[in-house]
Design a protein around this ligand. Structure first.
Ligand code: ARG
Length: 596
């Protein structure tokens, strides 16, 4: 179905039409319309245009006004326009236009959000923890941001292919598998009954132990070290026995990852987990092609790619190392092979990498190498969505009390526990099970929202007290706004009052403000999909909940003395707000429980 234009888009179109009628050479020019506190909208594009044609901006603005149909000429959209300042247009719209536009949105299941005109194929690389290791807050960010961006792009109709590039390859697996060969029962399960979070905890505990014991053996026993190194060669050449043990370790890790994803309420599908190992067979070709094309050169035995602008502190160039002098491949080779696969086989036109900003130099060099090698053709964009560091309250990278990097599960547990306190306080007649279910939605939502509501390149402080606060820019505040509307709708329905738009009713100031903010939803989602900036959607939703709060203060919905039509119209605004909150939060991967 055709999308429902916003009121802002309608006004924009009219001003643009009037502008090109007033000044034919300005046809197609942008009148630069934006929301304004002075009037509903302000257009200030006349300033630059008048300058370009050496005219007077106030005069040009005046000519535009003459060509704009207004309310008194039987038009239901524009209520008034005036020229102000050096040549701005202040434009106010009618109450009727606001309600009519919102009613059309209300009738559309996509709430007016259009699909992309020409959807492409995006491969998004996110949530890439490392096998046999704990997940930490960095993996939280990658998972939460990647999940939100995936949802937003898919909602636009983009074909999105997810790639969880887990760290499942490398020399440490020689050590781990060799230890398993010598101690075959090391990873055996005590019981087969464990599942869920417990199963995840047990799995990572086993892996941590395996890691510890094999590491200490590796460091103290030279002969074991030699056997471990030989084992790497066997692993990389596909020796079956070694591969089987390696698989055991990977599968054990996946149990742990999955338990964490379940708790995080993020859907990660096994088929999308394509780790570093998957590119093993392609690495020889990467090397061969880079070397024969001259993109990479041998330097002290290693195969390197050099860049004019990448130098170490002493001024010597820092190369990207594709193959080490001992013949081993590293992280860079795998990423290059992955690019060839994603562009060549998966036909991606956009490659996204949701990865810590501390890996930015790596990606810059990898992308540049791929461009030189012709693996990233023109028209294919590759972009790292680099995120900042999660900090503790002391402003330093988040650490547990023991000084290790904080375990993700511990943080999530703490958030859910904190949320349970908040939910219990507010809960009237909720059972323990209901409280637990809500606490999970509130606690996990709080963690996700805190992450998504700051611009991703910035660091942020992991502060649970602030995250679960009922006031301020938190998911809990948004979830309460949603639940509150649901409760109003339920009470109204019990008294047989239903949401219904009444375009002929005059609107109170708080209703107009809420309505005009609702009008911006579709454009906000489109802009967020374009720029990969979920924090702008979070900011929009927070603004929406704030407008709703003001609206409640001034506009009783169902109450003695309120006209039935006014009640219906206000319920309609409430319901549209609720649906917008729900849709917006869902795009961020956050639940909106209907009772809190
Ligand atoms: N496994 C890496 C880490 O934990 C992140 C992988 C990022 N993705 C990539 N294609 N290099 O730091």
């Amino acid at each position: 179905m055709a999308s429902v234009p916003s009121l802002a888009a309608t006004v924009h179109q009219r001003v643009a039409n009037a502008l090109s009628a007033a000044l034919p050479e300005a046809a197609g020019a942008d009148p630069l319309l934006r929301r304004s506190d002075r009037a509903d909208f302000q257009a200030n594009g006349m300033l630059a245009l008048a300058k370009r044609v050496k005219g007077n901006p106030r005069e040009l603005a005046g000519q535009v006004v003459e060509r704009l149909p207004q309310d008194d000429q039987d038009d239901e959209v524009i209520a008034g326009i005036e020229v102000s300042g050096p040549g701005f247009l202040n434009i106010s719209v009618t109450d009727e236009a606001i309600v009519r536009t919102l009613a059309a949105r209300y009738a559309d299941e996509r709430l007016g959000v259009p699909r992309a005109e020409r959807p492409g194929t995006t491969v998004i690389d996110y949530s890439q923890p490392n096998v046999a290791k704990e997940m930490h807050v960095g993996h939280l960010r990658s998972t939460v941001i990647g999940d939100a961006i995936t949802r937003i792009l898919e909602h636009q109709g983009e074909h999105v292919i997810r790639r969880h590039h887990i760290g499942d390859w490398g020399t440490q697996f020689g050590m781990l598998t060799q230890y398993l060969i010598e101690h075959p029962h090391e990873l055996d399960h005590a019981s087969d009954t464990e599942g869920g979070t417990e199963g995840g905890e047990a799995a990572i505990a086993r892996l941590n132990r395996l890691y510890r014991v094999s590491r200490s053996r590796f460091e103290s026993d030279e002969e074991f070290k030699t056997r471990a190194r030989d084992r790497v060669v066997k692993l990389q050449s596909g020796d079956e026995e070694t591969l089987a043990l390696w698989h055991k370790i990977v599968d054990e890790s996946k149990i742990y990852f999955q338990a964490t994803y379940d708790q995080l309420d993020v859907e990660i599908r096994d088929a999308d987990v394509v780790g570093e190992s998957a590119y093993n067979d392609a690495l020889q070709d990467v090397v061969k092609d880079l070397e024969s094309s001259g993109v990479a050169v041998r330097s002290d035995g290693a195969l390197c790619v050099f860049f004019d602008d990448v130098k170490g502190p002493d001024g010597t160039p820092t190369p990207l190392i594709v193959q080490k002098s001992n013949g081993g491949f590293g992280y860079a080779a795998t990423d290059l092979a992955a690019i060839r696969d994603r562009v060549g086989k998966l036909s991606a036109d956009t490659l996204l990498y949701v990865v810590d900003a501390r890996q930015s130099l790596h990606f810059r060099m990898v992308f540049e190498t791929a461009r030189r090698a012709g693996w990233l053709p023109q028209g294919t964009q590759a972009r790292q969505l680099a995120f900042g560091t999660v900090l503790g309250k002391d402003g330093r990278p988040f650490k547990s009390r023991e000084g290790e990097s904080a375990r993700l599960v511990d943080l999530l547990d703490a958030a859910v526990e904190r949320a349970a306190v908040v939910v219990r306080e507010k809960a009237q007649d909720l059972s323990e099970d209901e409280i637990a279910a809500l606490a999970a939605q509130v606690g996990i939502g709080a963690v996700k929202y805190a992450d998504l509501s700051t611009s991703m390149s910035r660091d942020y402080v992991f502060d649970l007290d602030r995250m679960v606060s009922l006031t301020g820019d938190t998911s809990v505040y948004l979830q309460y706004a949603y639940a509150r509307i649901q409760s109003i709708l339920r009470r109204a329905a019990a008294g047989d009052v239903r949401p219904l738009a009444h375009p002929h009713l005059p609107l109170a100031g708080a209703e107009r403000a809420l309505g005009l903010h609702l009008d911006e939803f579709a454009a906000t989602v489109a802009a967020v999909a374009e720029s990969y900036e979920p924090h702008k959607l979070a900011a929009y939703l927070y603004g929406l909940a704030s407008h709703l709060t003001t609206f409640y203060e001034h506009c009783p919905v169902v109450k003695e003395g309120v006209e039935p039509a006014t009640s219906e119209n206000r319920l309609f605004l409430c319901d549209l707000t609720a649906r917008t909150l729900h849709q917006g939060m869902a795009l961020l991967g956050i639940r909106t429980p209907s009772r809190l």
